[in-house]
Design a protein around this ligand. Structure first.
Ligand SMILES: CC(C)(COP(=O)(O)OP(=O)(O)OC[C@H]1O[C@@H](n2cnc3c(N)ncnc32)[C@H](O)[C@@H]1OP(=O)(O)O)[C@@H](O)C(=O)NCCC(=O)NCCS
Length: 167
């Protein structure tokens, strides 16, 4: 039986666990940055904040199965507007995908957001990440905006922003 938990992560204790996930997700790094994951991506996971937000607004979560970290998520609360929870990253270890875990994690994030007066979940996906787009659309997210090309690593992407009302 799969037993999942979401737990807040911190750099001092969880660096290696996050590194394991990021380094496993070469496919994701190649799509987004056009280059394999690097140590800096791990540090950035812990230190990044959404524009105009502080670390207090950010949630850095580990997805744990029987105590093992099998994925990570990053959320900016009240970004870009109050009551919107913006999912900056959702990354599952390649061996744990397509088993309903992504759907479960979004359900749990939605529960937390609702308790914190959130009314909308939002995500930005690079247009080239067609598999992720299928996932978000399957979960009922709808396109709300397109951000014209910006640079990621050695690539340039249009970002498709999708949103779903919190039920
Ligand atoms: C995208 C990701 C988070 C989805 O999580 P997951 O656990 O694999 O997805 P689930 O198994 O919960 O799937 C939920 C639904 O989305 C669909 N879906 C998931 N991945 C899909 C894919 N690659 N292609 C088509 N449909 C997909 C599933 O079929 C499922 O629909 P169903 O319940 O009707 O069968 C995960 O695959 C991942 O970490 N991918 C690599 C990183 C990435 O691209 N993250 C997103 C950044 S925006």
């Amino acid at each position: 039986m799969i037993t999942l938990q979401l737990r807040s992560l911190d750099q001092a204790n969880d660096f290696q666990a996050v590194r394991n996930i990021i380094m496993d997700c070469v496919d994701y790094a190649m799509i987004v940055n056009g280059e394999p994951p690097a140590q800096k991506d791990v540090t950035d996971f812990f230190t990044d904040t959404a524009p105009g937000k502080s670390q207090d607004d950010m949630l850095k979560l580990g997805i744990e199965e029987n105590g093992d970290c099998i994925g990570i998520a990053e959320i900016a609360q009240n970004f870009p507007l109050n009551h919107t929870w913006h999912i900056g990253l959702l990354l599952l270890h390649s061996s744990w995908r397509r088993r309903g875990i992504g759907r479960y994690v979004i359900q749990k994030i939605e529960e937390r957001a609702r308790l914190a007066s959130g009314t909308q979940l939002r995500i930005g996906v690079v247009q080239e990440n067609t598999e992720a787009l299928l996932f978000w659309e399957k979960l009922g997210f709808k396109e709300v905006n397109r951000i014209p090309e910006r640079s990621f690593g050695i690539k340039k992407h249009t970002i498709i922003e999708l949103a779903r009302a919190i039920q």
